[in-house]
Design a binder for this molecule. Structure first.
Ligand SMILES: Nc1ncnc2c1ncn2[C@@H]1O[C@H](COP(=O)(O)OP(=O)(O)OP(=O)(O)O)[C@@H](O)[C@H]1O
Ligand SMILES: [Mg+2]
Length: 326
């Protein structure tokens, strides 16, 4: 467990994320008080309003109904349909010479060893590498879930390593979305309440068009009143994805989002994430052990001992497997 998180993640509204993605509720009444002073609803961005994510999107043959195109067209896998990568734009996220050391003295572990990397907006990146290579640590440092030991993390132009805990909490709440392997939904809240939780606790109203689009494109409409225990694993993960997207975050961070899903649900979820990048220009950074999952990305970074050893554009399975084997 990441020891620094319990002190860093307490939000102004009382809810908090831990480094493993657990979301805890505020004290009774606290959320309601926040929600009673809402900020004005955000304008619907043109990118969000009319784009049905099911339409005109590459879908694999094995995808479940919610991911299929109405015409049941089987398009080539996503890696063969490269999205436009905007060259020359400022990175949306950056690590600059980041060092992360856990512990002290004899027990110190260097999880990130002077790592630098840029992420362009509207791109989908897979982070891969052996267990213990620093994948989750990198993601947590980029997302402001954990503090670096030295170096800089720049999110949308802002160096978040210099922020107070309070401001860092606001960055986590407003600028990033999280999806984790074990879904981390609150068991006592319905699917809809889980989706809306980050907004409710921040005192923000949902962008109704975006909410409808996310619910329908993830085929959650008839599951909204159900508790997580009444949902399948795939449905729970789709609720978690909806929760990550509903704040229109600058970056969605996903740590092994398909790790607890079967291959059919994995393919459908990865296809959905791919379409979020292609159609909504959503930046996604995903940790995965699965070479097939990496083929949905624009780029695969291979980590070893806290450093990036390979940076692969539009990776295919063979290239990824070769890179991982070194
Ligand atoms: N809270 C912690 N305290 C001490 N060491 C830690 C802590 N968290 C991670 N580490 C160590 O830091 C290194 C990188 O861990 P990290 O969780 O980032 O690896 P990973 O690449 O995500 O591995 P996995 O694929 O198993 O999830 C490992 O050696 C790990 O043991
Ligand atoms: Mg990990």
């Amino acid at each position: 467990m990441f020891e620094s998180m319990s002190e860093n993640n307490e939000s102004e509204s009382g809810y908090s994320y831990s480094a493993n993605g657990a979301l805890t509720l505020p004290a009774p009444g606290q959320a309601a008080r926040r929600a009673s002073t809402p900020t004005p609803a955000k304008q619907v961005s043109p990118a969000h309003a009319p784009v049905p994510l099911r339409a005109a999107s590459p879908v694999r043959a094995a995808s479940p109904a919610w991911a299929a195109t109405p015409q049941k067209t089987v398009a080539p896998p996503p890696s063969t349909v490269p999205p436009p990568i905007r060259m020359g734009t400022a990175p949306i996220a950056q690590a600059v010479n980041v060092v992360k050391v856990y512990g002290k003295g004899d027990t110190a572990v260097t999880a990130l060893d002077g790592l630098s990397v840029d992420f362009q907006p509207g791109t989908f990146t897979a982070i891969m590498g052996p267990s213990g290579s620093g994948k989750s640590t990198l993601m947590h440092c980029l997302a402001g879930l954990d503090r670096v030991t030295s170096g800089e993390v720049i999110l949308d132009g802002q160096d978040i390593t210099k922020l107070s805990d309070r401001k860092l909490t606001a960055v986590r709440r407003d600028q990033v979305g999280f999806v984790f392997q074990q879904f981390n939904l609150l068991p006592t809240l319905t699917a809809l309440q889980n989706i809306l939780l980050p907004l409710d606790l921040a005192g923000r109203r949902a962008d109704q068009a975006l909410l409808d689009q996310v619910i329908d494109s993830l085929d959650l409409r008839d599951r909204l009143k159900h508790l997580p225990s009444e949902l399948s694993g795939g449905q729970q993960q789709r609720v978690a994805v909806a929760r990550a997207l509903i704040t229109s975050p600058k970056v969605v961070f996903a740590d092994e989002p398909t790790g607890a899903l079967d291959s059919r649900n994995s393919a459908a979820l990865l296809g959905y994430l791919r379409r979020c990048t292609d159609q909504l220009h959503q930046t996604i950074i995903m940790v995965t052990h699965d070479a097939t999952a990496a083929t949905y990305s624009d780029r695969a970074l291979i980590l070893s001992d806290g450093r990036i050893t390979q940076d692969l554009a539009r990776p295919d399975v063979d290239t990824v497997l070769r890179a991982i084997r070194g």
